[in-house]
Design a protein around this ligand. Structure first.
Ligand code: MG
Length: 412
């Protein structure tokens, strides 16, 4: 197919009024969520879409000064220059064109991720087949299109607040409840106890990036190990990113406690995912089609996991477009079964009187015209051509990008 147009739209979804959460050592302000929508058009007038972002680690842009708008500019500048007018026979041809640019490595990986997903969307639309069918052909698998999901919520709350959310998630039938601790060692330990009491069948996961991202490394290795060990004793399904992503020694040391660990979302490339996997420290490897060079890049990590006792569970945090993009991978990939479902306020897909949402992120739902099909904690993957959903281009007008970081930390 001949690529004629590549666009990147930076969008901001305001959190109004802004929220303030207490954590160990300070307060955190939540102001908005930013995303990028990538649109690729071909000479025959077909359009492919992809969710994208500036970095795999949601807070990296806060620390390094990048922004989603910077990434959108990069897509419309050097990436569009590299692709427009080119004919790509295979999706990997587009990867080669992006890698031939002189962009920094991380930017190339991020761009290749979005372009890969958009080209798979286009391939599916041309073939009249959902992406998962294309992937099943590549993997030699049969599709499984009703996917168990774990709910991703809980961010700096009091222990009762986490427990309340977990109870609702349990009633909704989700496989697991993942939350972000970081309210202080005592509070984090109490939260584990309360969660165990609150849920009936739902697994508990800790997403502990909140421990090492804070000023001064927050808890330190001994306290971190104590909490990880306690979580393990109480049956936590996994502890995610308990130490900084590049602290492989720290991962290995913690893994000796025998508590299942998860990680990978902060790796910059598929090669990084493999490197983390090779440490032998993680039981769950969290690649993401939006950050690890799309379906093409994630295939390397999935292949690595097979037969090694490591389970690939996609990282997925953002809009429903990102959810659906990762869902096609889970539906097709061998030995990949579980999907992450971020829960935001007023989620129209959840059948509950009570609201287990983290904070408002209306763009997450509005980016596609459909309501995703969630029943008993499972997602039915759309079976229409490509991604199988209709992107609502009105969001470009309705969610204009706003300046500044999405979140702020105010230390005591
Ligand atoms: Mg995480």
């Amino acid at each position: 197919m001949r690529i004629t147009d590549v666009r990147g739209h930076a969008l901001s979804s305001p959190i109004e009024p802004p929220q303030t959460r207490d954590f160990h050592g300070g307060k955190r302000r939540l102001l908005k969520r930013d995303v990028v929508l990538v649109v690729v058009e071909t000479a025959d007038g077909e359009v492919g879409f992809a969710p994208a972002g500036a970095s795999s680690s949601a807070m990296r842009e806060y620390f390094e000064g990048d922004s989603q708008a910077t990434f959108a500019d990069l897509v419309e500048g050097p990436i569009a220059d590299a692709l427009e007018g080119e004919t790509v026979d295979a999706v990997t041809d587009a990867h080669d064109l992006i890698d031939a640019t002189d962009l920094p490595e991380r930017a190339r990986h991020e761009a290749a991720s979005a372009i890969d997903v958009a080209l798979y969307d286009l391939r599916g639309k041309r073939a009249g087949a959902p992406i998962y069918e294309l992937l099943c052909e590549e993997y030699g698998t049969e599709p499984d299109t009703r996917l168990p999901m774990y709910a991703s919520a809980g961010m700096y709350m009091d222990p009762e607040g986490y427990a309340e959310q977990a109870r609702i998630i349990d009633e909704l039938g989700f496989f697991g409840y993942k939350y972000r601790p970081g309210i202080g060692p005592e509070g984090d330990l109490e939260t584990i106890d309360r969660l165990v009491d609150a849920v009936d069948r739902t697994e508990i996961m800790l997403d502990s990036h909140t421990w090492w991202k804070l000023e001064g490394g927050a808890y330190g290795p001994e306290t971190t190990a104590d909490i990880v060990e306690y979580a393990g004793e109480k049956g936590a399904y996994w502890v995610e990113e308990p130490v900084a992503p590049d602290d492989y020694d720290g991962y290995v040391e913690l893994s000796e406690l025998g508590v299942p660990l998860a990680g990978g979302e902060s790796e910059e490339s598929p090669a990084g995912l493999l490197e983390l996997g090779r440490t032998g420290a993680v039981d769950f490897l969290q690649g993401d089609v939006r950050h690890h060079r799309g379906y093409t890049g994630c295939a390397e990590a999935i292949e690595f996991c097979r037969g090694r006792g490591v389970e690939f569970v996609p990282h997925n945090f953002g809009t429903w477009l990102g959810l659906i993009a990762n869902a096609h991978l889970v539906a097709a990939a061998p030995e990949v079964d579980l999907l992450e479902y971020p829960v935001f306020e007023d989620d129209p897909a959840l059948d509950s009187e009570e609201d287990p949402g983290m904070y408002p992120f209306d763009l997450a739902f509005d980016v596609i015209e459909e309501t995703v099909d969630v029943d008993d904690g499972k997602l039915s993957v759309p079976d229409g051509p490509g991604l199988g959903v209709t992107v609502d281009l009105d969001v470009i007008e309705e969610y204009p990008p706003t300046e500044g970081a999405w979140t702020e930390f105010i230390y005591d």
